[in-house]
Ligand binder design. Structure first.
Ligand code: SF4
Length: 385
């Protein structure tokens, strides 16, 4: 049965499509992805298209499309095109940003050219490190050479916007090694870069290696130095930081991710995806085979739903907005929630200002440099008790 959340007229939402298939499983990964199940891909794509149609029937319009994973580049261009086409016909997706995460080792110039023909106009490449020893340790199934070749193939195919992901705080990574990584990434002249600090997620092989003392967990001070060094290098290269972990050339910010940071509605489609519509967060069935069966039966695969209380929703809007370089606007928050949140939470905002974590600039409230390094602490304080 389709849950009752039909908007009265059409409503706009970002669209995230999850592709939960990978060649192998990396040691640090706790995403919903599976190795050895690629045979399910054709039926999975059909199920995805059906899911998008069901959201279309509810009156949703998609404003952006993002293929994430897993490894979306395991799909053929034609399969990608089937999903883009359904998003256009069922969800009125217009001429807008369509991103696909591509893993080195599964792509070449011809693949990217065909993706462009199918409507993809932005590619995000999981580079992670420019040292083969790091990639091996993380059990990434590509080499540095393959990652650079993937980037160059996307460039030759004239993908209009290419983003790179790098991870810092890797086991035994020194500041000098990290600096070299950033320099090498910048030599490729990407339009966008996302940096992620390594997080040791419970239940991953990496967490077990840390527990056995085989790998040292990342050091907070070193991570902070790495972050600052990266920002210095990226700024010098003309990439502007517009969110805590994202830098872009002018005109190349990720429209899709801005939907999340502005706490706007988004549809999550695919196995293990979650979405946020009409004040509720919903979670899809994790297992691809079961997800396919549910859609074949004509139902959405939602297995859990959580109503977001208004107070939590407001706090999330503040927290996500503070991730952005220009922070939150007091006026926009008042228009959105009918109350001046800064005035009603003066205590907590004032305290963090005094601690040098937040600053006010006219109508805006932003994280300071120190606040950015201690952002988790700031966000914790802003959550309702
Ligand atoms: S390629 Fe990405 S999604 Fe797949 S196992 Fe590795 S980190 Fe996880």
């Amino acid at each position: 049965m389709i849950p009752d959340r039909t908007p009265l007229t059409h409503a706009d939402a970002g669209l995230y499509v999850h592709i939960p298939f990978c060649k192998t499983k990396c040691t640090y990964c706790d995403f919903n992805c599976y190795a050895g199940q690629n045979r399910l891909i054709p039926a999975y794509v059909e199920a995805l298209c059906r899911e998008l149609e069901l959201y279309g029937e509810q009156g949703w319009h998609a404003t952006t499309l993002y293929f994430g994973g897993g490894t979306p580049s395991l799909l053929t261009p034609r399969q990608v095109g089937a999903v883009v086409g359904t998003a256009r016909s069922a969800l009125q997706l217009g001429e807008t940003e369509v991103t696909l995460e591509a893993n080195p080792g599964s792509v070449d110039e011809e693949y990217f050219r065909r993706l462009l023909d199918e409507g993809v106009n932005r590619v995000s490449i999981g580079m992670q490190s420019f040292r083969d020893s790091d990639l091996k340790r993380l059990a990434r199934h590509h080499t540095v050479q393959e990652a650079v070749e993937a980037f160059e193939a996307a460039r030759k195919a004239r993908v209009p916007s290419i983003s790179l992901d790098l991870i810092y705080g890797l086991p035994d990574q020194t500041l000098a090694a990290w600096e070299e990584n950033v320099v090498r990434a910048l030599e490729l002249e990407p339009e966008h870069v996302s940096l992620y600090g390594l997080v040791v997620e419970e239940g991953t092989p990496l967490a077990r290696q840390v527990a056995r003392g085989k790998v040292r967990p990342p050091d907070d001070d070193l991570m902070a130095d790495m972050y600052e060094k990266a920002h210095e290098l990226m700024s010098a290269a003309g990439l502007q930081r517009y969110e805590i972990s994202s830098w872009a050339l002018p005109g190349h910010r990720s429209c899709h991710n801005l939907v999340y940071w502005r706490n706007q509605p988004y549809i999550g489609a695919g196995a293990g995806a979650h979405g946020c519509l009409c004040g509720a967060r919903y979670y899809n069935e994790l297992l691809p085979a079961r997800y396919i069966r549910m859609l074949q039966g004509g139902d959405l695969s939602e297995v859990e739903r959580e109503q977001i209380e208004p107070e939590l929703e407001r706090a999330e809007t503040v927290i996500l907005g503070l991730r952005l370089e220009d922070g939150i606007s007091r006026r926009e928050m008042t228009e959105r929630y009918g109350e001046d949140i800064l005035a009603s939470h003066e205590g907590v905002f004032g305290q963090m200002e005094a601690m040098g974590l937040l600053e006010r600039r006219g109508d805006r409230v932003q994280l300071t440099d120190r606040g950015r390094l201690l952002s988790n602490e700031v966000f914790q304080r802003l959550l309702p008790e």
